[in-house]
Ligand binder design. Structure first.
Ligand SMILES: Cc1cc2nc3c(=O)[nH]c(=O)nc-3n(C[C@H](O)[C@H](O)[C@H](O)COP(=O)(O)OP(=O)(O)OC[C@H]3O[C@@H](n4cnc5c(N)ncnc54)[C@H](O)[C@@H]3O)c2cc1C
Length: 460
């Protein structure tokens, strides 16, 4: 049991009292995420402004054995920050500053809750860019992206997952209050310019760990000159095999150097229509035109037809400015999503069509995939509004996840008990054992994100 009045008093000594609340009406407002995860109540909401305040909060939490949960922009949808048991929820919103834009070394240093939208806006004033790869809207923060290693339909075919590959250095506050700087920043007299330095890639340890090993308080990442030449192609392919062939073609013959995005969408009402959207960006018109021509020739050779690009332009044009219509469509829920090899997309498509649509009669979920070459991040996704649908959706998605995660699909975005954690914790693999060992060493009292990614009982 958390001694709420005592912890409130201590937290108010660690941060400005105006930024600490234990009032129920504040707490209820933070009790849900964008998924169907059950409502979960924190004991306190605290808004730190600096890494020193983060340390102070962790000290109070550790001394009183109260778990701490971390909310960035709150746009994740897999029970990734909701308190799995009563504890302090950090709202990181105030740590949102751009600390440096270095246009010589092409790096930017930011606080974790700087949004991709804010960084891109500032960079463009200098002829630079960071158009985020993810599609979660203007509230997505860079810290949230990095802590769960995000990436999406835009630009990742060339640059990789921006929440991973573009990260140079991190500053992390550990549960014991220690501050860790990774990469070249571990050598403070050198500066923040290189990821792999001074021994193992410690940034890689924290990226994707969903906050269970430390709280991120600063990030340095790669930026790049804004590209002037952009082309978008939308094609309808006749079969999934054609999509795969097109994918291999752009991978091998055109090269990921020029293709930045490759996105597949199949509507449940038209499961034989394979819509593919591709983006080519570049600095020279001749090169972009050449690549575009080769892709168009291949689409024609495979018997595909060019589609209307207006809906894609509309969606991608608004990623960093507003996607209100998407949110008004209801709660998002994914069935069987994850990473898989290019050819294995056929497996996921078959599960979607046969198991979800035909066998279980769930006809509202679409099928999509993004990121190519090398692999897909693919998913089946639905929106729903009626609370009565909840039980059925959860039951079906558990069944689908069981099939998919026993197949060639690696899970992505683990979260807590209403996320994918129950599917991970059953596996007694070397990976999971090592993760638990590291967690125990770094966070012996299991203060950070207790019950997320790793089950509390497994750490005892
Ligand atoms: C419409 C829609 C489309 C989306 N499309 C994509 C997509 O294409 N690709 C994709 O990857 N995701 C996508 N997402 C999911 C989501 O937008 C991204 O995962 C985003 O990066 C999350 O950022 P956030 O700031 O909202 O993080 P949050 O949801 O607040 O947090 C994400 C995780 O990071 C942890 N965390 C946050 N800040 C810190 C910190 N400072 N220190 C330690 N841990 C921290 C949280 O505890 C949580 O585990 C989509 C979401 C929506 C709603």
């Amino acid at each position: 049991m958390v001694d709420v009045p005592k912890v409130t008093q201590l937290l108010k000594q660690a941060v400005d009292p105006k930024r600490v609340t234990d009032r129920d009406f504040d707490i209820v407002a933070y009790s849900r995420d964008l998924s169907p995860a059950r409502q979960k109540m924190a004991t306190h909401i605290v808004m730190p402004e600096s890494r020193e305040e983060v340390r102070g909060i962790l000290r109070v939490a550790s001394d009183n054995n109260v778990p701490v949960y971390i909310r960035g922009g709150g746009t994740s949808h897999w029970d990734a920050y909701l308190p799995q048991e009563p504890g302090i929820l950090l709202d990181m919103s105030l740590m949102n500053q751009i600390l440096e834009i270095n246009d010589r070394d092409l790096t930017a240093t930011i606080q974790p809750n700087c949004t991709w939208a804010k960084l891109d806006q500032e960079l463009r004033k200098k002829g630079l860019t960071y158009l985020c790869s993810e599609a979660g809207g203007p509230a997505m923060t860079i810290g949230g992206s990095v802590m769960k290693a995000g990436g999406g339909p835009h630009s990742t075919a060339k640059f990789g997952f921006h929440g991973n590959q573009d990260i140079i250095t991190l500053e992390m506050v550990l549960p014991n209050g220690d501050i860790v700087e990774t990469g070249s920043a571990a050598w403070p007299s050198a500066g923040k310019f290189k990821r792999q330095c001074v021994g193992p890639d410690l940034a890689g340890l924290f990226i994707g760990a969903e906050g269970i090993l430390g709280i991120c308080t600063e990030i340095t990442l790669r930026i790049r000159p804004a590209t002037d030449v952009k082309e978008r192609m939308v094609a309808v392919m006749k079969t999934l095999d054609d999509v795969i062939e097109l994918g291999h073609f752009v991978n091998r013959c055109v090269g990921d150097e020029y293709l930045q995005g490759f996105y597949l969408w199949v509507d449940p009402n038209s499961p034989e229509t394979f819509l593919v959207m591709m983006d080519v960006f570049g600095y020279e018109r001749e090169i972009v035109d050449y690549r575009k021509t080769r892709i168009l020739e291949k689409i024609k050779e495979l018997g595909g037809t060019l589609g209307d690009r207006a809906p894609a332009d509309d969606y991608y044009g608004r990623i960093l400015t507003g996607l209100t219509d998407i949110f008004t469509a209801g709660v998002w829920h994914f069935f069987g999503s994850g990473s898989l090899r290019i050819d294995d997309i056929k497996f996921l498509y078959r599960v979607w069509r046969e198991e979800l649509i035909e066998k279980r009669g769930y006809k509202k979920a679409g099928f999509g995939g993004q990121v190519l070459p090398r692999d897909w991040l693919a998913f089946m996704v639905t929106n729903y509004r009626e609370p009565a649908e909840w039980e059925e959706i959860i039951r079906i998605s558990d069944e689908i996840n069981e099939i998919v995660l026993n197949g060639p699909v690696a899970p992505y975005g683990i979260g807590g008990r209403d996320g994918l954690r129950p599917f991970l914790e059953k596996r007694d693999t070397g990976y999971y054992r090592l993760l638990k060992t590291i967690k125990k060493a770094v966070d012996p009292k299991d203060i950070l994100q207790r019950g997320i990614f790793v089950r509390k009982e497994d750490l005892i």
